[in-house]
Design a protein around this ligand. Structure first.
Ligand code: PLP
Length: 358
């Protein structure tokens, strides 16, 4: 038996989730966000399965080049723009769009002369206070851009801080500030992340930028993915490689943190933090053994985890263990690990075997 840790990637589920974007924001074009290896799902395979995405959003040039070299000629947007001036030739050569969020980046643009038109997305800070220009600086920035003769199309964007909380005034205010700022300006606009695609129609504008919802996790607090008609794309599974009976009082795993309250069967499953599974997963975190819930016990090791099999007297070596996905929402697992689905998904690494189903 080869090591059984694998991620089953359900591409029809991805397409179903993409259709949810079209249903929710029918008038908007879609920039599918596939940074961080498509949230851990595999950059090029996910891009290939999204033929109706109008553009792709990535975080860095190397992600964009991977797509170009795989043959994608669609619009690709570098969501944080250039990190240094010496990236600009590569960016132009690969025909990538850049976000501009800082005067430092404007200076980089002013310091080179590119042969091809460069399309830019001017990023405004409407309240996230992470990246972007003050809306009041827009006239000054546009004037500087006007002097760059290789400049191509110019778009405007911003990012929402609290769109996961429905009816939060903070989002209403961000939408309003963005709308007021862009109203009198030419060029397409973009504001909505996944949460806003589903919950904030006023934020849709010309382009929406869904990420997490494409992968089937819920972008909204207090609403499950199933209630939003989203389907899980990644099912992370492995198998039991040992089943042992331990006596009452036996200590399980590194540090001996977990103590058997009675004589009981303990399963060992082949996955661990070396695969990107969260090391801080607490005892009691849910798993499925043969499709039925069982709690994690003991500390997560690099290659293995321990499972309380008291509810599974029939469990045997080779039986399937599901960490999340079909039958166990990644959002629920994330909540019990004190994190969010985004982090669990994008940490899964290539030591896990990825199998794609069409
Ligand atoms: C990551 C990202 C998104 C997607 O966010 P989700 O919450 O995953 O939908 C959208 N816009 C920008 C600028 C991002 O960096």
């Amino acid at each position: 038996m080869t090591r059984p840790a694998r991620a089953r990637i359900n591409l029809p589920a991805l397409q179903h989730n993409f259709n949810r974007v079209n249903q929710s924001a029918p008038a908007s074009r879609v920039m599918a966000i596939i940074k961080a290896n498509a949230y851990g799902h595999g950059l090029t395979r996910i891009a290939q399965a999204l033929p109706r995405a109008d553009a792709f959003g990535v975080a860095c040039v190397s992600e964009a080049i991977t797509l170009r070299e795989a043959g994608f000629d669609r619009r690709i947007v570098l969501l944080e723009g250039p990190f240094a001036a010496d990236e600009l030739r590569l960016i132009s050569g690969y025909h990538l769009d850049v976000v501009l969020h800082h005067r430092e980046q404007l200076a980089m643009l002013e310091g080179v002369n590119l042969r091809r038109p460069l399309d830019v997305w001017l990023k405004l800070d409407t309240g996230m206070h992470r990246l972007g220009f003050e809306p009041s600086a827009v006239p000054e920035i546009l004037a500087r851009l006007d002097h760059i003769d290789y400049l191509g199309e110019r778009r405007l964007m911003s990012h929402l801080a609290c769109a996961d909380a429905p009816e939060d005034d903070y989002t209403t205010n961000q939408v309003e500030l963005f709308r007021n700022t862009v109203e009198s300006l030419a060029g397409e606009c973009s504001l909505a992340n996944s949460a806003a695609v589903l919950a904030w129609p006023a934020a849709h504008f010309d382009w929406v930028r869904p990420g997490i919802l494409l992968y089937g996790a819920s972008p909204l607090l207090d609403t499950t993915a199933a209630a939003l008609d989203l389907q899980p794309v990644m099912t992370l599974e492995t198998a039991l490689i040992a089943v042992n009976t331990h006596q009452k009082g036996a200590r399980v795993g590194y540090g001996g943190d977990w103590v058997c309250p009675e004589t009981m069967p303990v399963g060992i499953a082949a996955i661990g933090y070396g695969d990107g599974y969260p090391r801080h997963a607490p005892a009691g975190m849910p798993l499925l053994v043969n499709g039925k819930r069982a709690p994690l016990i003991g500390r997560v090791s690099m290659d293995m985890i321990c499972v309380d099999l008291r509810g599974h007297p029939e469990a045997a070596i080779g039986d399937s263990v599901t960490l999340w996905g079909e039958g166990l929402p990644v959002d629920e697992v994330a909540a019990s690990a004190g994190t969010i689905a985004y982090e669990l998904l994008c940490r899964i690494n290539s030591r896990v075997q990825f199998d794609y189903f069409e």
